[in-house]
Design a protein around this ligand. Structure first.
Ligand SMILES: [Zn+2]
Length: 156
């Protein structure tokens, strides 16, 4: 059966002053940067979990364990490439990604096009099949960044 599969990815990181701020594989000029294992790219982590979830595979934390030194300070782009290879092995193809970033800093909109371009390179999807939206916390926690992603897969 050629049924589509949908996956939901969620990730959240604390922001701190200093360090490189990578969001969606794009380096932001920002005083605040997400903190975490690897490069702490909240959007790419949520993209991976959406893809893995849709494919019925183990989640990001299990697949790329924090305790595994191979992934320390590794670019999260590598995780996305691994996930794409995993779904390909299951004869699944990615159809679309819809992403929401929730943070007060940095401002997402100036880099929206660059993030879509980078996601397109990593997933081989056309840009109009990838959406990225920036939202503020509306006076919530300014020292936090959250990403939510929906991925659609079909059997190829
Ligand atoms: Zn993360």
């Amino acid at each position: 059966m050629n049924a589509p599969r949908i996956g939901l990815g969620y990730d959240c990181h604390r922001l701190e002053v200093g360090g490189d701020c990578y969001i969606g594989g794009v380096l932001f000029d920002s005083e605040l940067a997400p903190v975490g294992h690897s490069d702490a790219d909240v959007l790419l982590h949520a993209v991976c979990d959406a893809i893995l979830g849709a494919a019925g595979l183990e989640d990001l934390g299990t697949t790329f364990s924090d305790n595994d030194e191979r992934w320390r300070d590794c670019s999260s782009s590598v995780f996305v490439e691994h996930c794409m290879a995993k779904i390909s092995k299951k004869s699944l193809g990615l159809v679309s990604l819809d992403c929401v970033l929730i943070c007060d800093n940095p401002i997402i909109s100036p880099q929206r096009a660059a993030i879509r371009q980078r996601l397109s390179e990593l997933t081989q999807l056309e840009i109009d099949r990838i959406n990225v939206k920036g939202k503020t916390t509306e006076n919530g926690d300014a020292m936090r960044i959250t990403a939510q992603v929906v991925a659609l897969l079909i059997e190829s």
